[in-house]
Design a protein around this ligand. Structure first.
Ligand code: SAH
Length: 255
């Protein structure tokens, strides 16, 4: 049957393509960018300094709404494992996934050095969702959605992965002139906090877009919070304004 279908497809230029896996929801250029910088991931003064600086803030925000100790946690787009390890250090049983190979190697090596146990795997959110639906108490997906072609599909995968009643936490960057000024011009060009080209403005996601994706996926929003940075004092803090960088906490509807 397969051989017949193959022959038929080869013979008929206009034949419909055979059913195949949908293309990977990833931008190879984005994955390469993070791969090229992977060796710098744990340098707190390097390109990933902002992630190190915001980590205690976002970790506490997550811990305020979800019990990390003893929870099964999945960190989607974990990169070099900054948040991943910190959640494991608070007693969670954490798996980190990403599609960029080198950050995952760096994350594994760092885990060996620090002694904090985390499982890392190179797999797409959609694929692990098909393999392990409803099996995590908490799913985190931070600073990742703005790097993927179809963020709604990742949101849906996160919703599939969490148990009913479980928490899914996202963070991303809003899309408006102020966000462009702060997250692209300010961070990449003026302050050089991030390498140029880290962010593509077109991929930024407004809170209403993100909450539409979560609603469609069966996730109800429970909280929203902005992440702020003062370039003069170099201080980061949380405040309700979500004009630029922000997080949302959601819970999967029961049943
Ligand atoms: N979540 C981490 C890292 C953010 S950097 C943190 O906040 O500390 C963005 C990460 O998303 C990178 O590691 C990049 O490789 C990953 N990424 C980009 N596109 C992805 C995709 N389609 N699937 C999985 N991970 C992806």
């Amino acid at each position: 049957m397969l051989a017949f279908a193959l022959t038929w497809n080869l013979m008929n230029d206009n034949a419909p393509p055979m059913a195949s896996k949908p293309p990977l929801n990833a931008d190879p250029e984005e994955l390469r960018k993070f791969g090229d910088l992977a060796h710098r991931w744990w340098d707190k003064t390097g390109e990933f300094a902002p992630l190190h600086a915001i980590n205690p803030l976002r970790l506490d925000w997550i811990a305020e709404r979800a019990t990390l100790k003893g929870a099964r946690v999945l960190d989607v787009g974990c990169g070099g494992g900054i948040l991943t390890e910190s959640m494991a250090a608070r007693g969670a049983d954490v798996t980190g996934i990403d599609l960029s190979e080198k950050p995952l190697s760096v994350a594994s090596l760092h885990g060996l050095e620090s002694g904090v146990k985390v499982r890392y795997e190179k797999i797409a959110a959609e694929d692990i969702a098909a393999r392990e639906p409803g099996s995590f108490d908490i799913v985190t997906c931070m600073e990742m959605l703005e790097h993927v072609p179809d963020p709604a599909a990742v949101v849906q995968a996160c919703a599939t992965l969490v148990k009913p009643g479980g928490q899914v936490i996202f963070s991303t960057i809003n899309r408006n002139p102020k966000a462009y000024l702060f997250a692209v011009i300010g961070a990449e060009y003026l302050l050089r906090l991030l390498p140029r080209g880290t962010h593509d403005y077109q991929r930024f996601i407004t809170p209403s877009e993100l909450t539409r994706h979560t609603r469609i996926a069966g996730l109800s929003m429970t909280a929203m919070m902005g992440l702020h940075f003062n370039p003069l004092t170099r201080r980061y803090w949380l405040a309700p304004n979500v004009d630029v960088n922000y997080m949302i906490a959601t819970v999967r509807d029961a049943g």
